[in-house]
Every structure is written in structure tokens, then in C-alpha cells.
Design a protein. Structure first.
Length: 113
């Protein structure tokens, strides 16, 4: 029973931390109008959710279509590592876009904050 509690507690803590981060980013965006906060929210909140779901679906589809025979396809750990690497690369690109947009408002003028 205790082996179930730790992952559930960890998931609950992560969920509330994501909510807290989202609240902070929304508050900062409303105060400044800085587009960097929107991109930061995409990179740190939206993308991990989308990537986790989509990556799991792609990995499941690939691994069920290719039963990991040595001559047919890549082995399971290789596929999962490749998906993880792709997710991290997109996450880094989104963070770079966020940094690029910091200091710019919706009107294209520099923010005052």
C-alpha cells in the first residue's frame, strides 16, 4: 500500500507546483503585458503536458507496431530515448523563444518592467 502513496503524493505536489507557476506567470503577464511570460508558460507548462501525452502515444504506437525484433526496428530503450531527446529539444527551443520575447509587449514596444 505504501508503494502507491509515494507516487500519488509526488504527482499531487507536482500538480500544485504547476498550478502555482501558472498563477505566477499569468499574474506577471497581466501586470506587464510582456510576451515572454506567455512563451515561458508554453515552454514550462503546456509543452510538458502535450509532450508527455503525445510522446507516450507515439512510443506506444511505435512499440506495438514494431515488436522490437533486432532486424525490424530499434530496441525499446532506443526509441524511448529518442522520443525523450526530441521532447527536450523542443522544450529548449521554446525556452529560447521565451527569452527572445522577454521585454516585448503585444504592441511590439518594450515593456516598462
Amino acid at each position: 500500500m505504501s508503494s502507491i502513496i509515494a507516487p500519488m503524493l509526488g504527482s499531487a505536489v507536482l500538480f500544485f507546483l504547476y498550478l502555482w507557476l501558472a498563477a505566477i506567470l499569468v499574474r506577471k503577464y497581466k501586470a506587464t503585458g510582456d510576451l515572454g511570460f506567455v512563451w515561458l508558460a508554453i515552454a514550462t507548462i503546456a509543452w510538458p503536458i502535450v509532450a508527455g501525452y503525445a510522446g507516450g502515444q507515439l512510443a506506444h504506437h511505435y512499440l506495438s507496431a514494431h515488436p522490437c525484433k533486432p532486424h525490424d526496428a530499434m530496441k525499446s530503450p532506443d526509441v524511448l530515448a529518442l522520443f525523450n531527446l526530441g521532447q527536450r529539444a523542443v522544450e529548449l527551443l521554446l525556452l529560447m523563444v521565451a527569452v527572445r520575447f522577454f521585454g516585448k509587449t503585444e504592441e511590439g514596444t518594450p515593456s516598462a518592467g
